[in-house]
Design a protein around this ligand. Structure first.
Ligand code: ADP
Ligand code: ASP
Ligand code: MG
Length: 470
C-alpha cells in the first residue's frame, strides 16, 4: 500500500513525540508499505516566526531581539534532536543542518529590522523556517531507526505554485513533477520527509499555501502519486461534532463525506485545511484523520458517500478570525450592477469572502471576510465609494468583534424545521444574530454573531441536535 502521512505541529512538537512518530512510520514501512511523510513546523513556531517578523518592523524593536529569537528557536530544535535521535552521526548531520538554517533566518530577520517593512514575499520566506527546521529532525529520527530517509522542501518534492504569497495554489506541472521526484525514492525504499505548507514559484521563490496548509501539501502529494490513502495525524481523535476545546463532550465522526468535510473545515474546524479535500476528491482517495497520541483510538474517514448514517446535523463549527463589512446607501436599491462592482473590486484586492447577504430592501450588503483581509477590503471599498458606479454606496462600516457559526450536515437538505431549531436556540441563549446565510445546496446553515456568544452558541446547538449522543 502507498500512504501519505502528515504529522501536524503537536505531533512533531518535541523530541519525545518525534521519536514516537518515527516508530509509527517504521511500523508501516517494515510491513512493506510505501510512505511519504509530510511535516508541519513544531507547534507554535510558525506563529512565533510571524510575530517576530512583524515586531521587527516596529520602531520599538531592538536588533538584539533577532539573536534572542534565533537562539530560543534553535534551542528547541537542538533539544528535539538529542531526544529523538540516538545515532551520533545522524545527530551531527541534523545539528549542522539546523545551524545553517538558523544562520539564514538570522540574516533574513536582520534584513527586516533594517528595512522596517515586511512584504508578503518576505512573510512567506520567514514563515517557511518552521518546516525547514522540523523536517531534518524528523528525517534524522527515521534514519536513526534504520529507515532510509531524505528531507525535501515542498518545491524540491515538486510543488510549484503561482506567486500569490501567503495563499499560493499549485500550478499544473506540479502533479507530474511530484510523481517524477517521489516515485523513484519510494521504489528504492526511501521515506521522503516533505516540508508541508511551503512550496516555490517557477522562479524558485518560496511561497506558502496559507496557514494550516500542510494538510493541503499532503493531499496534493497523495493525489499526484496515487496513494491508497492520505492520513492526517493530529492531536485529536479525528473530526468531531464540535471543537473539543469548546465542547468537551464532542464526539468523533467515524465517517463523513467529502462535501461535509469541506463545509466543516471551511467554517472553522482547523483540524483539516479546507483545500485538502479537492485533490483527494479528484482521485477518489480516502482521507483519514487520526490521533498521533491515540493511534488505535477513534478516527474519521472522509469518503465520497457515507452509507447507513441518518444524522441530519453532523457538526457545529465556529470561526473567529473574521470581520463583517456592511455597505449601505439608499440609492443602492434597484441600481443594477452594484454587487458586481463590489465583488470584482474585492477580488482584485485579493480578498477572500466567506459569506454574503443582501437585504430585500437592497439598500445594504453585508460581507464577511477573513480578518487578515480586512484592511485590504476596506481600502478597496473606500476607493469604490468615490467612483462613478459605486457612488450610491454612502457608508462602509466594519465590525471586527464577530464570529461565524456553521451547522453542517448533508442530510439537512430538504428537511424542514432545522433552521427554526437553530435560531430558536439562539433566542434561548439570548444571542443576537447579525447575519444569516444558507447555501442553496442546504449542506450548511451559517450565521454571524458577537464573538462573546460563540461558546454558548456552539454548546447549545450541540445539545439541541444531541450530537454528543451520536
Ligand atoms: P495540526 O497541528 O495537527 O495540524 P491543528 O491545530 O491545525 O492541528 O488542528 C487540530 C485542532 O483542531 C484540534 O486540537 C481542535 O482543537 C481543533 N478543532 C476545531 N474544530 C474541530 C473539530 N470539529 N473536530 C476536531 N478538532 C477540531
Ligand atoms: N506550520 C504551518 C502553520 O502553522 C502549516 C501547518 O501547520 O499546517 O500554519
Ligand atoms: Mg493544522
Amino acid at each position: 500500500m502507498r500512504y501519505v502521512m502528515k504529522f501536524g505541529g503537536t505531533s512533531v512538537g518535541n523530541g519525545g513525540v518525534i521519536r514516537r512518530v518515527a516508530e509509527l512510520v517504521r511500523s508501516y514501512s517494515e510491513k512493506g508499505d510505501e510512505i511519504v511523510v509530510v511535516v508541519s513546523a513544531m507547534s507554535g513556531v510558525t506563529d512565533q516566526l510571524e510575530t517576530i517578523a512583524e515586531r521587527l518592523t516596529s520602531e520599538y524593536a531592538e536588533l538584539s531581539e533577532v539573536a534572542e529569537f534565533t537562539q530560543h528557536i534553535g534551542q528547541r530544535h537542538f533539544d528535539a534532536t538529542y531526544t529523538a535521535i540516538d545515532d551520533e552521526m545522524v545527530i551531527t548531520e541534523v545539528l549542522s543542518e539546523i545551524e545553517a538554517r538558523l544562520e539564514e533566518l538570522r540574516n533574513a530577520l536582520t534584513g527586516i529590522y533594517y528595512l522596517g517593512e515586511l512584504t508578503d514575499r518576505s512573510y512567506d520566506y520567514i514563515s517557511s523556517f518552521g518546516e525547514r527546521l522540523s523536517a531534518p529532525v524528523v528525517a534524522g529520527a527515521l534514519k536513526s531507526q534504520k529507515i532510509q530517509s531524505v528531507f525535501l522542501t515542498g518545491g524540491e518534492a515538486g510543488i510549484i505554485t503561482n506567486s500569490k504569497h501567503r495563499g499560493a495554489h499549485p500550478i499544473e506541472i506540479t502533479d507530474r513533477r511530484i510523481h517524477d521526484r517521489l516515485i523513484p525514492l519510494l521504489e528504492v525504499g526511501v521515506v521522503p520527509v516533505v516540508m508541508g505548507f511551503i512550496a516555490c514559484n517557477i522562479h524558485n521563490i518560496i511561497t506558502t499555501l496559507g496557514r494550516g496548509g500542510s494538510d493541503f501539501t499532503a493531499s496534493i502529494i497523495g493525489s499526484a502519486i496515487d496513494s491508497n490513502a492520505i492520513w492526517i495525524w493530529t492531536d485529536v481523535n479525528g473530526i468531531m461534532t464540535a471543537d473539543p476545546k469548546l465542547v468537551p463532550d464532542a464526539r468523533t465522526l467515524p465517517e463523513i463525506s467529502y462535501v461535509e468535510a469541506m463545509e466543516i473545515s471551511y467554517f472553522g474546524a482547523k483540524v483539516i485545511h479546507p483545500k485538502t479535500i479537492e485533490p483527494a476528491v479528484s482521485k477518489g482517495i480516502p482521507v483519514k484523520v487520526r490521533n498521533t497520541f491515540d493511534p488505535k483510538g477513534a478516527s474519521t474517514t472522509i469518503v465520497d458517500t457515507v452509507t447507513g448514517d441518518s444524522n441530519l446535523v453532523k457538526a457545529v463549527t465556529a470561526i473567529n478570525n473574521v470581520s463583517l463589512i456592511t455597505l449601505s446607501g439608499a440609492g443602492m436599491a434597484g441600481t443594477i450592477g452594484i454587487a458586481g462592482h463590489v465583488f470584482s473590486k474585492l477580488a482584485d484586492a485579493g480578498v477572500n469572502i466567506i459569506m454574503i447577504s443582501q437585504g430585500s430592501s437592497e439598500s445594504n450588503i453585508s460581507i464577511l471576510v477573513e480578518e487578515a483581509h480586512l484592511s485590504g477590503a476596506l481600502k478597496a471599498l473606500h476607493e469604490l465609494k468615490g467612483s462613478v458606479n459605486g457612488s450610491v454606496i454612502k457608508e462602509v462600516f466594519c465590525d471586527e468583534d464577530v464570529s461565524a457559526i456553521a451547522v453542517v450536515g448533508s442530510r439537512m437538505a430538504g428537511t424542514p424545521g432545522i433552521v427554526g431549531r437553530i435560531f430558536g436556540c439562539m433566542g434561548k441563549i439570548r444571542a443576537s444574530v447579525i447575519m444569516i446565510s444558507q447555501g442553496s445546496t442546504e449542506h450548511n446553515v451559517s450565521f454571524v454573531l458577537k464573538r462573546d456568544a460563540v461558546r454558548r452558541a456552539v454548546e447549545s446547538l450541540h445539545a439541541e441536535f444531541s450530537l454528543s449522543q451520536l
